[in-house]
Design a protein around this ligand. Structure first.
Ligand code: ZN
Length: 500
């Protein structure tokens, strides 16, 4: 009876296999491949990408989706089958609106922009990057036009990362968060500086690495379905729930950052390991959105990994591994050190209290560029003014300012807000979890973390991408994305650490 649906499912499984092969080749490129392999790897990847793209945009596939939709129309709309058809149809309709010549031009422009960005960043010369970025912005404006009518030109770009989310919703949330976070940082700046010198002495890489692996084993990262390797930028890559790999990096200047990066990536990975098996080899076997994904990584990194109950259990173990560095540092001093707040220029090094402000600054600029209120040539100046307003500091050169992130050269405009939304969602889920598991902190102090993973698995992970992010968060917490839990968390935590 469900003959068309089966045919549709077979096709979508094949497409998923192609994209998993691409993912594996990209993982290998970043982890194992010798330098000389890049030319050939480029050919292999672009051939596979082309085959995948042909399949997912073909009229035959479009017809299959429509036929399958008819067959599942009587099913529960929350069934796997109905959700799969719904998501496949949404993605298909978006893809076929974008003409092939735009895809080709975008690939050329962004490949060039990345090369130019690298040079501009190393020379700290925004002027070099400006023409390339102007082309990227023009292409993004054109991309948005394929989806008109829209409420705001930024909506179609945001939708690629946060399905269903509107620019006005994000701005309304950020408008609540921004003044509170700016005020918090000002209050902290008036307090004595925290001593964290013990974090900036040499640590042994292997010992750090082993400790990080121990920690995420306690969290519940499944090594039978994963592994950890080294890469330039830490990332998580999944090839199906049975194989979800993470990477990390060691920075001698900031040795413990390896530990937090391992915890962060394990959060992404445990999400990917937790999708229901029935969703395998389909576009539902992925996170609900970038923000929901980031909520999981930030939760393990910050709400767990920078919390006192976690360190009550793990700190004696860390001290035992690093007696020279930490033997004389007591738990309270260590805890305050890893939670030190210090406005800084670089987003990826920002602490919990300042991080979102880095994002809000980028969002306002991206919207300005898209809506025409801001020109690319004015970015460095506007950047510096915003940094001063939000964080009270300004970069001395563009490399430490407007040129620091690679995203715009990749053409990734619309992505940044998901980082800050992820922070908000992490605490919103946390508050909901606390109602169900009121003794979670006592569990952490005993080294027990599995009930947290189980709760997230039940409420978030197993659903994969069946629901749009706002719908999923509503189901798990009773409301859509709400900034209040996050603001409460920041004020409590830093009020205590800084005696505000
Ligand atoms: Zn992340």
């Amino acid at each position: 009876m469900a003959q068309k649906f089966d045919q549709f499912k077979t096709t979508i499984n094949e497409i998923s296999d192609i994209y998993n092969a691409i993912a594996l080749l990209s993982w290998d490129q970043q982890v194992n491949m010798p330098h000389g392999g890049s030319e050939n790897r480029g050919y292999v990847l672009s051939t596979l990408e082309r085959i995948g793209h042909q399949k997912i945009t073909s009229p035959e596939f479009g017809q299959l989706i429509e036929d399958a939709a008819q067959e599942v129309s009587q099913l529960d709309p929350e069934s796997d089958e109905a959700c799969l058809v719904k998501v496949a149809r949404r993605d298909y309709c978006k893809r076929i609106k974008v003409p092939a010549r735009w895809v080709v031009e975008n690939a050329q422009v962004t490949t060039n922009a990345q090369t130019v960005w690298e040079e501009a960043k190393s020379k700290s010369d925004f002027g070099l990057f400006r023409p390339a970025l102007e082309k990227v912005v023009a292409l993004k404006r054109e991309y948005a036009s394929f989806f008109s009518p829209y409420e705001r030109i930024y909506d179609p770009l945001l939708d690629d990362f946060e399905p269903g989310m509107k620019t006005s919703e994000v701005q309304a949330i950020f408008n609540v968060v921004r003044p509170e976070q700016v005020a918090l940082i000002k209050a902290i700046a008036g307090r004595p500086e925290i001593d964290d010198t013990f974090l900036h002495v040499p640590y042994d890489e292997k010992a750090e690495w082993d400790f990080g692996e121990d920690v995420i084993t306690f969290f519940g990262y499944d090594w039978d379905r994963g592994r950890q390797d080294k890469s330039v930028h830490p990332f998580t890559q999944s090839f199906g729930t049975g194989d979800v790999r993470i990477t990390t990096r060691f920075d001698p200047e900031r040795a413990v950052s390896l530990l937090f990066s391992t915890m962060h990536e394990s959060g992404h990975a445990m999400y990917d390991q937790g999708f229901d098996k029935s969703l395998q080899r389909t576009p539902l076997s992925t996170g609900a959105s970038m923000a929901v994904h980031e909520s999981q990584s930030r939760m393990w990194e910050n709400l767990v990994g920078r919390s006192m109950p976690f360190w009550k259990f793990f700190y004696p173990r860390l001290q035992a591994r690093f007696p020279g560095q930490l033997g004389k540092v007591d738990l309270d001093t260590f805890y305050r050190g890893i939670n030190k707040v210090e406005p800084s220029l670089i987003r990826v090094e920002a602490d919990e209290a300042t991080y979102n402000l880095h994002i809000m600054l980028r969002l306002e600029m991206e919207i300005g560029l898209l809506e025409g209120a801001l020109e690319v040539k004015d970015l460095p100046e506007v950047w510096n003014v915003h940094m001063q307003d939000y964080l009270g500091i300004a970069p001395s050169n563009d490399s430490l300012g407007v040129l620091q992130d690679v995203h715009w050269s990749w053409g990734m405009i619309g992505y940044f807000p998901t980082y800050a939304l992820g922070n908000l969602v992490s605490v919103q889920l946390w508050e909901a979890m606390l109602k169900d598991i009121p003794d979670i902190y006592e569990q952490f102090e005993r080294g027990e973390f599995l009930s947290l993973l189980k709760w997230m698995g039940e409420k978030i992970h197993r659903h994969g991408a069946k629901f749009e992010p706002q719908e999923l968060i509503q189901k798990a917490t009773g409301s859509k994305i709400d900034p209040q839990p996050y603001l409460r968390y920041l004020k409590n935590k830093y009020g205590e650490i800084y005696h505000l």
